[in-house]
Design a protein around this ligand. Structure first.
Ligand code: NAI
Length: 337
């Protein structure tokens, strides 16, 4: 445990040193899996942001082309492509934020958990590289099953002696994006004014939209609650089926991933009141990782805004459906490492 303690202290020093240098030079952001269906459009959206000064793109195939293409866009940031294991550490060096959409997506008939066997080791290996090359970076995990890959990432960092739970995020933003859109459409509201917190996990019944806490305040019949909750929980499958074997959500996920990363960069630069729902280490329920709305800050997670006051409908889903399934997914991830 002394070794772990020494490791943590040196990680912390590195974090402090790198924070002051990063605020002078802008933010270096890596996308791991950058040539994929999510990676490419997400990198495009990040390239358009002035919060990013360096975009470091990594994949096992195709990154030179994606990087060359994006580097011609007339925004300030530089773009570099890195390909293959031997270039991974160089890609991650000095990164402030790492977004990970590497891994296989679902095909019709598959659950997110069916991806575990392939994606668990991809995430483990990539996060091990983060621990070596940018132990202080914010790590945003997009790769499914998020309910298990976030525990995997956390255990890897813990083993490497540089786990800071404030800096590891499961990106569940797409659930919020979908909830906002579906509720706005159902109720004829301007979607830019609608916010629906989505808590729990990021898979099937573990996704729990808190429709009772929608702002602006709206009321739903029980039929509407059932229909909207079911649609939000299964929206990913709607896309998987529509793509008929060609993958899962990529464009809406790229939007959601960029939204989360840019919110984080904004908070890291000192903007107050940046709030996002995210699946992280949590003590709000008996599940060790759980998504709730969080205030983000310079060091990542700053304040857990918690569950708020739940309706009876939401309470019964939380206890009866969310927690049992979520705990199972989480333990599968932790046990893997
Ligand atoms: P894709 O197959 O189009 O792209 C994945 C990319 O990862 C490919 O370019 C591939 O070469 C790369 N890759 C594979 N192994 C790698 C490794 N060891 N290191 C670096 N790159 C590697 O898949 P897509 O559609 O982009 O999905 C990626 C992941 O995101 C999937 O696991 C999917 O389930 C997940 N996803 C997550 C969502 C969320 O809400 N968090 C929503 C939608 C998808």
């Amino acid at each position: 445990s002394r070794a772990v303690l020494r490791g943590s202290t040196s990680c912390l020093r590195a974090a402090n040193r790198n924070f002051s240098s990063s605020s002078q030079r802008g933010h270096r952001v890596a996308v791991l899996g950058a040539a994929g269906g999510i990676g490419q459009p997400m990198s495009l959206l990040l390239k358009q942001s002035s919060s990013v000064s360096q975009l470091a793109l990594y994949d096992i195939v195709g990154t030179p082309g994606v990087a060359a293409d994006l580097s011609h866009i007339e925004t300030q940031s530089t773009v570099q492509g890195y390909q293959g294991d031997e270039e991974l550490d160089e890609c991650l060096k000095d990164c402030d934020v790492v977004a990970i959409p590497a891994g296989v997506p679902r095909k019709p008939g598959m659950t997110r958990d069916d991806l575990f066997n392939t994606n668990a080791s991809i995430v483990r290996n990539l996060v091990q590289a983060c621990a070596r090359s940018c132990p202080e970076a914010m790590i945003c995990i997009i790769t499914n099953p998020v309910n298990s890959t976030v525990p995997i990432a956390s255990e890897v960092l813990e083993k490497a002696g540089c786990y800071d739970p404030r800096r590891v995020f499961g990106v569940s933003t797409l659930d919020v994006v979908r909830a906002n859109k579906f509720v706005a459409d159902a109720k004829g509201l301007d979607v830019s004014t609608v916010t629906v917190p989505v808590v729990g996990g990021h898979s099937g019944v573990t996704i729990l939209p808190l429709l009772s806490q929608t702002t602006p305040s709206v009321s739903f019949t029980t039929e509407e609650l059932d229909a909207l909750t079911d649609r939000i929980q299964n929206a990913g499958t709607e896309v998987v089926n529509a793509k008929a074997g060609a993958g899962s959500a990529t464009l809406s996920m790229a939007y959601a991933g960029a939204r989360f990363v840019l919110s984080l960069l904004k908070a890291m630069s000192g903007s107050p009141d940046v709030v996002e729902c995210t699946f992280v280490k949590s003590d709000v329920t008996d599940a060790p990782y759980f998504a709730t709305p969080w205030r983000l800050g310079k060091n990542g997670l700053e304040q857990n805004l918690g569950l708020g006051s739940l309706s009876d409908y939401e309470k019964s889903k939380l206890e009866g459906e969310v927690l049992p399934a979520l705990n199972k997914d989480i333990h599968k991830g932790s046990d893997f490492v």
